[in-house]
Design a protein around this ligand. Structure first.
Ligand SMILES: Cc1cc2nc3c(=O)[nH]c(=O)nc-3n(C[C@H](O)[C@H](O)[C@H](O)COP(=O)(O)O)c2cc1C
Length: 220
């Protein structure tokens, strides 16, 4: 869609790779709450390898999914401030670069509860005390790759503090935090889910440093 061709150049990197986030910097009228945002059709960036920075001793990990890059930039900023490890959620069949096609696939998946297959190896998470979970809001709830991750690997989050963060179109966190708790509870996982997530508008993540820092202080 022509409206969304503009791509703000940012220098941020994650795991040494550049971040592409086409909706950054869009004025509200043009952005229309994220309606119509394209991606390069590979979830985040076709030029990059999936983000995966894992160390031996770090006690915190950021696990995220991003289709069009805003949540990825948020994850990069958090990683810089916390020094946490990072793991990107990767699915077998990426969502279309086209917004309408993504929306209709996402609606179908939600109605049929047929969430996407993951294509990633998930490491042993036992060294971590805290897991930051990052996702875009879709239909006022968790975007589906995060749902798949929790359904498949939620048991690895047992006994950890779960801290949600997200980018969204301006309508807020929806029921995403409750949904995380619900899935983990159904799996019998004992975890504390922080009830005050970081919520940033998708077109403003590049201007969110102060908000992130304040939020991190309130968390610690
Ligand atoms: C399929 C789909 C559904 C969406 N639903 C909502 C929504 O219900 N509420 C909202 O505020 N934003 C919604 N958005 C906008 C995204 O949450 C927003 O653009 C976000 O920043 C995208 O993050 P990403 O660049 O990391 O993929 C939706 C976007 C898509 C693609």
């Amino acid at each position: 869609m022509a409206l969304f061709k503009r791509n703000v150049q940012i220098t941020a990197k994650i795991d040494g790779q550049p971040i592409q986030a086409p909706q950054l910097g869009m004025p509200a009228l043009q952005w229309r709450n994220g309606y119509g945002v394209s991606s390069d059709g590979k979830d985040t960036n076709s030029q990059n390898k999936p983000t995966r920075r894992l160390t031996k001793d770090t006690k915190e990990i950021i696990i995220y999914f991003s289709r069009s890059g805003s949540t990825e930039l948020l994850a990069a900023k958090l990683a810089k401030l916390t020094g946490a490890d990072i793991l990107e959620i990767v699915i077998d069949e990426p969502y279309s670069g086209n917004y309408r096609q993504t929306l209709s696939r996402a609606n179908f998946e939600r109605q049929t509860e047929s969430y996407p297959e993951l294509k990633m190896s998930v490491p042993d998470l036992s060294q971590y005390d805290r897991a930051y979970l990052g996702y875009p809001i879709w239909a006022m709830t968790l975007s589906h790759p995060m749902t798949s991750f929790l359904l498949d690997y939620g048991n690895l989050l047992n006994q950890k503090q779960i801290v949600p963060f997200m980018s969204e179109g301006g309508y807020g966190q929806g029921n995403s935090v409750q949904r995380i708790s619900q899935i983990l509870r159904q799996k019998g996982v004992q975890a504390t889910v922080y009830s005050r997530p970081l919520v940033v508008d998708g077109n403003k993540v590049d201007r969110s440093d102060y908000q992130i820092e304040r939020w991190l202080k309130s968390l610690n």
